[in-house]
Design a protein around this ligand. Structure first.
Ligand SMILES: Nc1ncnc2c1ncn2[C@@H]1O[C@H](COP(=O)(O)OP(=O)(O)O)[C@@H](O)[C@H]1O
Ligand SMILES: [Mg+2]
Length: 262
């Protein structure tokens, strides 16, 4: 892992309530370029709320997002994208009846003569982006609705990269996929890391988390309860933490104890 010293994004003291539900409680987290950070936690732990705030879809009650030397109390979706934060949601937000190239450029089509969509440029650029990410899609003029789950994910990621994404967030990227398709998506995540992106992945699949991540952030009841280096962790420890054990309990139960977690 080529971890830079300065985080790509820093979240500090972030809190968010919905009525009397504390969805996030004083969450602080740093995300680095060139790493895959997995966020794990039970349903309702606050994972989606956290990434929605990063993507500008929700506003936190307290806390800041720090990027470079700038601090933001909240982001709008457009601001998040212009700052290089792209989110690939579970439903992927693709337009099924349009083709691959159109979906990659959705709303940002290259134009000529001021307003005419430059189809040739789109096709060429789309091919270049997909090739760079080693995403294999037979024809760029195929309707996205006809593609497999993994290919659709590829199109959504190509769009994120085209938007200038430097921090790319995935919410359960392989949840509805078979093994072969999942393997392709995993390959893509590894490729993004190799390209120096900061990759955040929410996943319930601990095998996958252990296979691909550099660090694991465990959330429980709206709090970050541990941030562990994957190589120094065991699945049982992480399961314990997800279920609400303290770091010490989880590590003791797994037969190791470390002061270094969190
Ligand atoms: N829009 C909302 N309105 C009310 N409660 C919400 C809303 N979004 C999330 N919550 C609540 O906030 C908590 C955290 O939810 P969420 O971030 O979706 O968790 P996760 O993604 O880890 O399953 C849950 O208790 C959930 O019910
Ligand atoms: Mg969720």
């Amino acid at each position: 892992m080529s971890q830079s010293i300065e985080p790509a994004i820093k979240i500090v003291h972030m809190s968010k309530s919905f009525g009397n539900i504390e969805a996030l409680r004083d969450v602080s987290l740093e995300i680095y370029s060139g790493e895959i950070l997995a966020i794990v936690g039970d349903n309702g732990a606050g994972k989606s709320t956290l990434i929605k705030i990063l993507a500008g879809a929700l506003t936190s009650d307290e806390g800041q997002i720090i990027i470079g030397d700038k601090s933001y109390n909240f982001l709008s979706p457009g601001r998040a994208i212009s700052l290089g934060i792209s989110t690939v949601y579970q439903d992927l937000a693709l337009v099924d009846c349009r083709d691959v190239a159109s979906n990659i450029f959705l709303g940002r089509e290259p134009v000529y003569a001021g307003f005419l969509v430059d189809r040739r440029k789109m096709q060429k650029e789309a091919a270049r982006i997909l090739e760079g990410l080693q995403i294999n899609i037979p024809s760029l003029s195929t309707q996205v609705g006809l593609l497999s789950g993994g290919q659709r994910q590829g199109v959504a990621v190509a769009r994120a990269v085209y938007q200038g994404g430097k921090v790319i967030i995935f919410d359960e990227p392989t949840a509805a996929m078979g093994l072969q398709e999942s393997a392709k998506v995993i390959k893509l995540l590894l490729k993004l890391r190799e390209e120096g992106m900061a990759v955040i992945v929410i996943s319930h699949n601990l095998n996958q988390v252990f296979e691909i991540s550099d660090r694991i952030c465990v959330m429980c009841h709206g709090q970050v309860v541990a941030i562990c280096k994957t190589k120094e962790s065991l699945p049982n420890q992480i399961v314990g933490l997800i279920m609400g054990a303290t770091v010490k309990e989880a590590y003791n139960a797994a037969g190791v104890y470390s002061d270094e977690a969190i």
